[in-house]
Design a protein around this ligand. Structure first.
Ligand code: ADP
Length: 582
């Protein structure tokens, strides 16, 4: 892959487009030369009386006409240039955004644990916007300016190398100043970017926590953290701007000194009779004009360095290995087996799951119970391969989940969790998440079985009612029934369930229970149970404590054993009595 393509994270199409954009930009730069040289000729003609000649009106008219024609051609080139660079860069940034989002979807969950969310959002939005800017404005202009400046240098050197040398001598010096100082403002840019991320984190935190902040009257302290982050960001922004500004201004001053050097060299050559007055004037006019593209180049370079940080961040993100596996593998039976599984969320920290051996019977209900923080949810996440086990093996129907593509694996299971995510779509659209290809009839039938009918029909437009941001208007039980309808529609052989009926009112609880009963019929079910009474009918109960399997068996067996389960069971029963008595 060519270096430039690699550096700018471009797809093959994007790279081809960039080459086109550079060509278009160079063409525009060159197209500016004819109008300029026509102007120079025009002025030279007007200066003729000073060198003893006479002005030819015909020549003036011809030059005037040529000027207009060449200006029009420049306009055409610019229009083409605009299309090639801007339009193309937006297409490319869309491609990059989709590629980054796709990549994030396939990343192991551990990445999300260590990287915070605003970092990731910033990756997709700001960094891609930055690379888009680099692509649309900077790279083509930089390269095209470089090319046209070199060609102009060469042409002028052929005309009069001494004057050309005087004119261009300051150029490499000024470019060197900007390039060599990259390290300094590169560091400033990095700090500025970090401060920006931190500030956006704080803002997010502040908005997310506004209720708690108000309730606890802690706005002073929290607000101070936010204010500090914003102040840091401002300070770093100013430092960066100032840092880059100093070098750019310095470089520009050095560059502009070239006008003085050209004048000096020209006057010396003129008094020695080694250059004509006409050439001298021409070079002076050109000197004033020629530094324009170079100044643009000097201003663009630091910007490019700044944007490179964003591009590097995208590249780092894209370099994180995704979770892959066999995409074709079929699983034909659905018993789940944990063998000596160890797992911790953050490497080197305390283990969340320790040496777990557990057999989940196909077609049966296995309930996970135990004190909170014991590792029940973690077990479901491991089955679904949100994470990979550190040691040991988890297999479904004899196939190690580690070797199955996560999406393929996901096809075999449905989740019904406490916190249901609803999208800003219609009720039907939300149910169809379970199976995008399902017909409307099937989706409605699933909704009916999930007991959604009674409340959906009360909504203004029934199943076509758009649910607001995360279905804010629905009750917890209603949201759960929608998620059960999704799972019913998906009809996956494994159901992972987080029982949450405890937080529901009795009417909703009954409806949700019925819906769940319909869902789990004949499936392999793993349920996190909170109410111990409701799990007595499960085929197996696994009691977890501190990441270890404490005991397992049927409800009756465990009660007879008089261990942890029996103790927890008693506690729950007493608390129920207590509530009833009160
Ligand atoms: P349970 O479902 O039994 O309440 P969990 O499986 O949710 O327990 O949690 C087990 C332990 O793992 C807890 O100590 C919890 O703090 C920790 N834990 C859960 N999720 C994460 C995570 N994403 N990152 C780090 N630690 C986590």
């Amino acid at each position: 892959m060519p270096k430039l393509q690699q550096a700018m994270m471009l797809t093959d199409d994007g790279y081809r487009d960039l080459k086109k954009a550079i060509f278009a930009c160079t063409l525009t730069n060159f197209s500016m030369l004819p109008p300029f040289f026509t102007l120079v000729q025009f002025v030279a003609e007007l200066l003729r009386p000073f060198t003893g000649g006479a002005i030819s009106p015909t020549k003036l008219w011809i030059l005037f006409g040529a000027g207009i024609v060449s200006a029009f051609l420049t306009y055409l080139c610019q229009r083409n240039d605009y299309r090639k660079t801007y339009v193309v860069s937006y297409t490319q940034s869309k491609r990059t955004r989709v590629a980054v989002a796709e990549h994030i979807r396939r990343l192991p969950m551990s990445v999300f644990n260590s990287k915070n969310l605003s970092d990731l959002t910033s990756n997709i939005m700001a960094d891609v916007a930055n690379s888009e800017h680099a692509l649309s404005h900077l790279a083509p202009q930089l390269i095209a300016n470089g090319v046209s400046i070199t060609v102009t240098c060469a042409l002028l050197a052929i005309y009069d190398w001494r004057m050309a040398l005087a004119m261009f001598i300051t150029m490499p010096v000024s470019i060197a100043v900007v390039t060599l100082s990259e390290k300094i403002y590169g560091r400033l840019a990095k700090r500025f970017m970090e401060a920006k991320l931190d500030a956006s984190d704080r803002v997010q935190e502040y908005i997310d926590g506004i209720k708690v902040i108000r309730a606890c009257n802690m706005d002073g302290e929290r607000f101070e953290a936010l204010r500090k982050a914003l102040r840091e960001m401002m300070r770093n922004a100013m430092k960066f701007e100032l840092g880059a500004g100093v070098f750019i201004m310095g470089a520009q001053t050095i560059l502009q000194a070239g006008i003085g050097i050209t004048t000096l060299a020209g006057t010396t050559l003129l008094t020695g009779g080694r250059i004509s007055f006409e050439s001298f004037t021409l070079f002076l006019i050109i000197a004033v004009k020629i530094y324009g593209p170079v100044i643009t180049l000097l201003t663009l370079l630091p910007e490019l360095f700044y944007f490179r940080i964003g591009i590097r961040r995208i590249r780092d993100l894209m370099a994180i290995e995704t979770m892959d596996g066999d995409k074709e593998k079929d699983i034909t039976s659905f018993g789940i087996v944990f063998e000596h599984v160890d797992f911790s969320y953050n490497k080197g920290e305390t283990q969340t799951i320790r040496d777990l051996n557990l057999t989940i019977q196909a077609g049966g209900i296995t309930a996970l119970v135990g004190p909170s923080g014991g590792g029940k949810s973690t077990i479901l996440k491991l089955i679904a391969r949100f994470w990979d086990a550190d040691r040991g093996k988890i297999s479904i129907g004899g196939v190690n989940v580690k070797y199955i593509d996560p999406e393929r694996l996901m096809g075999y299971m449905s989740f019904v969790f406490q916190d249901v995510t609803l999208f800003n779509d219609t009720v039907l659209g939300n149910i169809k998440i379970g199976d995008m290809d399902a017909t409307e009839e099937r989706a409605r039938a699933a909704a009916k079985v999930a007991r959604c009918d009674d409340f959906v029909n009360k909504l203004p437009e029934g199943y076509n009612t758009t649910l607001g941001e995360n279905g804010a208007t629905l009750s917890g039980g209603e949201r759960q029934r929608i998620s059960i309808a999704r799972a019913l529609l998906k009809d996956a052989p494994i159901i992972l369930l987080d029982e949450a009926t405890a937080s529901l009112d009795p009417e909703n609880e009954a409806a949700v229970q019925e819906a769940i009963s319909a869902l789990i019929e004949g499936k392999t079910v793993v349920v996190i149970a909170h109410s111990l009474r409701s799990v007595m009918g499960a085929d197996k109960i696994a009691v977890l404590d501190k990441g270890r399997l404490f005991e397992q068996g049927t409800g009756e067996e465990l009660l007879a054993k008089n261990g942890l389960f029996a103790k927890l069971y008693d506690i729950q029963r007493e608390s129920l009595n207590w509530t009833a008595k009160k």
